[in-house]
Design a protein around this ligand. Structure first.
Ligand SMILES: [Fe+2]
Ligand SMILES: [Fe+2]
Length: 326
């Protein structure tokens, strides 16, 4: 066990310099990156109330399921304290408070923080949402945390974040196009810029894993296999509403997303395929026997999952969320 931790720390130290070199590519300069206020009505202007009226008119056209998915996405973003504290617990991150990995964690968190901020303000102004109910769910989700099966292992963690940033990219991108269809171009723009942040973050985490594969391919392969056997769970899998037990709302949220085609079982397979390709899994070298087996499992997984996904029915059960008025 001791050896395992030491080796992980050593590899984290090795890829730290590559991360620092690329940091300005994966995270944008703070002074010029977009901020929530770039998209929201400005309360200091005389046009504020007419802009809100316009915002509310457009928001009226959003379908019930789309509002539900947007609220679930917002709560997921707002649970950022969970993700930041968990990143600092990863082996090799917080050993040095002023070190590169802590810097990465702070700067990544600072970018992510704009997502929940923007969506929350939009939802508040939209008039479609019972804000108190949404806020209760947010507080619950942060208090409940998550259980994603990575432990403190950087390999498993960065495999998870690579997957998850790609998944949030898909989800925000699809909400953007649905919002546009429903006539809400402002919301569409908002989700579009968030999606492009997520795409950049995905590139970063994928790059870290690529670097890990270069120096520790067998362990990286075993970590990838382990995460895929456990299945990648969403960060909001403990989502609940007032009066419900932990996790009881999550299935209704993902059902709404599946019904609308915002994020589906097919998307899960597509993301896995992308990772297999980007990390050159099929042509990986220097594997031991268990690493070879892990690779075979991973390579065969997309087709297996696809057969399961194709048999799955679109969830039809309608659900009334406490978050949404009327
Ligand atoms: Fe985000
Ligand atoms: Fe993200």
């Amino acid at each position: 066990m001791k050896f395992f931790e030491e080796k992980r720390k050593e590899v984290m130290g090795h890829i730290e310099k590559f991360m620092l070199e690329k940091m300005t590519e994966y995270l944008k300069p703070i002074d010029t990156i977009w901020q929530p206020s770039d998209f929201l009505p400005d309360a200091s202007r005389s046009t504020f109330f007419s802009e809100i009226k316009e915002l509310q008119e457009s928001a009226k056209g959003l379908s019930y399921d789309l509002v539900a998915v947007l609220i679930g996405d917002t709560i997921t973003e707002e649970a950022l304290p969970t993700y930041e504290s968990w990143l600092t617990m990863v082996e090799g991150v917080s050993d040095n408070e002023e070190g590169g990995w802590m810097k990465w964690t702070r700067h990544w968190t600072a970018e992510e923080n704009r997502h929940g901020d923007l969506l929350n303000k939009y939802l508040y102004l939209s008039g479609r949402v019972d804000m108190r109910m949404m806020e209760v769910s947010t507080q619950y989700l942060i208090a409940d945390g998550f259980d994603i099966g990575t432990g403190h292992d950087p390999y498993r963690n960065f495999i998870y974040t690579s997957f998850q940033e790609l998944a949030t990219n898909v989800s925000h991108r699809r909400v953007a196009s649905q919002a546009k269809k429903d006539g809400d171009t402002l919301l569409s723009k908002m989700c579009g810029v968030i999606a492009s942040d997520e795409a950049r973050h995905a590139k970063a985490y994928k790059y870290f894993i690529e670097k890990i594969f270069e120096v520790d391919p067998n362990e990286a392969m075993l970590a990838f296999e382990d995460m895929m056997r456990k299945k990648i769970v969403m960060p909001a899998h403990f989502l609940r509403e007032v009066g419900l037990k932990i996790g009881q709302t999550f299935g209704h949220f993902t059902d709404a997303a599946e019904r609308l085609g915002i994020y589906t079982a097919i998307d899960y397979v597509d993301i896995l395929r992308e990772l297999i390709e980007d990390w050159h899994i099929e042509s990986a070298v220097d594997l031991k026997e268990d690493g070879e087996k892990a690779r075979d499992y991973i390579i065969n997984l997309p087709n297996r999952l696809l057969r399961v996904a194709e048999r799955m029915k679109n969830p039809m059960l309608e659900y009334k969320f406490s978050w949404i008025h009327g």
